[in-house]
Design a protein around this ligand. Structure first.
Ligand code: AMP
Length: 137
């Protein structure tokens, strides 16, 4: 995997505003925050997309994400927050090292904007895709 900016941060070659570190995870401030307190949480394991992570690395991230979310809320006083995790350029991923964004959403509406285009597929279509996904587990 090519050296991403996050790998350089992990290797100590690029500085960051560190919030948290353990054996498997690093959390630091996003340099171009969408809102005050925008935090990034990354595995130390080099993986481009979520599906490439080992179970151990995924578990380590899952263990600490709620704690970090509580800390972001407590420190910023944000009323709400979004956890965002982009995979692939088409899905807005710019840094190809897995990362979770914790983005505070404030009462003035600053924070992540979401365009949520819903559809209403027939139940057969939902059943079909559910079965297909389940068969790939
Ligand atoms: P994504 O679009 O999900 O890949 O988001 C990548 C994020 O990394 C963006 O929000 C950037 O602002 C952030 N970012 C890029 N370089 C750095 C850096 N050196 N330190 C902290 N955050 C960074």
């Amino acid at each position: 995997m090519a050296d991403t900016i996050f790998q350089k941060i992990l290797d100590g070659k690029v500085p960051c505003h560190k919030i948290y570190e353990d054996e498997n995870v690093l959390a630091f401030m996003d340099v171009n925050p969408i809102s005050l307190g925008h935090t990034l949480v990354i595995p130390k394991e080099p993986a481009k997309m979520l599906g490439e992570l080992s179970d151990d690395s995924a578990a380590a991230l899952g263990r600490v994400l709620p704690r970090l979310a509580r800390a972001v809320v407590a420190a910023t006083g944000a009323s709400s927050y979004n956890v965002l995790q982009n995979n692939g350029a088409h899905a807005h991923q710019a840094v190809f090292h897995v990362h979770f964004h914790i983005i505070p959403k404030y009462e003035d509406n600053s924070g992540l904007g979401i365009e949520w285009n819903i559809s209403e597929p027939p139940p057969e279509e939902l059943a079909g895709i559910a079965k297909k996904i389940a068969s790939k587990l």
